[in-house]
Design a protein around this ligand. Structure first.
Ligand code: PEP
Length: 252
C-alpha cells in the first residue's frame, strides 16, 4: 500500500524566530504512519535540519538548478541541497512556471537533476482556471507529465512524487472537491499505468490547493489521493498538525 505524505511549502515566508516556534511544535509529530516534510526558503534549510534532527520530519527545498555546478549565479544544485540535509525538492510549482517562466522541459530537467543528486522530486502539475473552463484539464496535465516522461524517463518518475495542484485553487481558498481531485489523480495514475503498472501503483500523488484542516480528511479519503502539498496552512502549526492527522486517519 502507498504511504501518505503531507508536505508544507512555506513559499517566501518565515524568519529564524517564527520558524523556531513552528518547528518546535512539529518536531514531536509521529511520522510512522504518515510522513511529513517541511519546505522552507533556502536560507532556513539548515535551521530546519538542526531543529528537526536527523529523523522524523523530512526537509525539502522549493527549487533546484537543472545544472550540477558551474557559472549559474543564484542557482543552487541538488548536491548542495543534499549537503544541508534536504531529501525532497519541489519542481515545477505553478509559481515557478508562471512567474519565472519555467517550461515543461526545464521542469523535467530539474527532476532529472534532483534524482541525480539523490533528492526526491515533487513534480507539480496542474491547470489554470481558464484551461479548466475550456475543458483542457486533462490535456494540460498530460502534456506536463508526458514531457517529464520523455525528457526524464520512467526511472526518474519511479523515484518521484507527483503533486496535482490546480492553479485556481492555490492560495485562493477555493479547493477542488474531493471528486475533482480524485478524477485528475486517477487520470495521472492512468497515464503512468500505460507506461509502467508498477510505477503507477507505487507513486505518491499529492493534492495541493487550499488544503486546510477542515477539508483534508475528505480529500485524503479519495483512493488516488496520497496526501497533500500544503501552502498557507503549513505555516500554522496546529493547522498543519491537523492536516497530518487527517493523513494518519486516512491510513487507519
Ligand atoms: C502551494 O503553494 O503549493 C499551495 C498549495 O498553496 P495553498 O495551500 O496556500 O493553496
Amino acid at each position: 500500500m502507498r504511504s501518505k505524505l503531507v508536505a508544507g511549502n512555506w513559499k517566501m515566508h518565515g524568519d529564524f524566530v517564527k520558524n523556531a516556534a513552528l518547528l518546535g511544535e512539529l518536531v514531536t509529530v509521529d511520522t510512522s504512519v504518515a510522513g511529513m516534510v517541511v519546505i522552507p526558503p533556502f536560507p532556513y534549510l539548515a535551521q530546519c535540519r538542526e531543529l528537526l534532527g536527523a529523523r522524523g520530519v523530512g526537509i525539502g527545498a522549493q527549487d533546484v538548478s537543472e545544472h550540477p555546478s558551474g557559472a549559474y549565479t543564484g542557482e543552487v544544485s541538488a548536491s548542495m541541497l543534499g549537503d544541508v540535509g534536504c531529501e525532497y525538492v519541489l519542481v515545477g510549482h505553478s509559481e515557478r512556471r508562471s512567474i519565472h517562466g519555467e517550461s515543461d522541459k526545464v521542469v523535467a530537467r530539474k527532476a532529472v537533476a534532483a534524482c541525480a543528486g539523490e533528492l526526491v522530486p515533487i513534480i507539480c502539475v496542474g491547470e489554470s482556471l481558464e484551461e479548466r473552463e475550456r475543458g483542457e484539464t486533462r490535456s494540460v496535465v498530460e502534456r506536463q507529465l508526458s514531457t517529464v516522461l520523455s525528457v526524464a524517463g520512467l526511472d526518474v518518475l519511479r523515484k518521484s512524487v507527483v503533486a496535482y495542484e490546480p492553479v485556481w485553487a492555490i492560495g485562493t481558498g477555493r479547493t477542488a472537491t474531493p471528486e475533482q481531485a480524485q478524477e485528475v489523480h486517477a487520470f495521472i495514475r492512468g497515464i503512468l499505468a500505460a507506461r509502467d503498472e508498477g510505477c503507477a501503483a507505487s507513486i505518491g500523488i499529492l493534492y495541493g490547493g487550499s488544503v486546510k484542516a477542515s477539508n483534508a480528511a475528505d480529500l485524503f479519503a479519495m483512493p488516488d489521493v496520497d496526501g497533500g502539498l500544503v501552502g498557507g496552512a503549513s505555516l500554522v502549526a496546529r493547522e498543519f498538525l491537523e492536516i497530518h492527522r487527517a493523513a494518519v486517519m486516512a491510513v487507519r
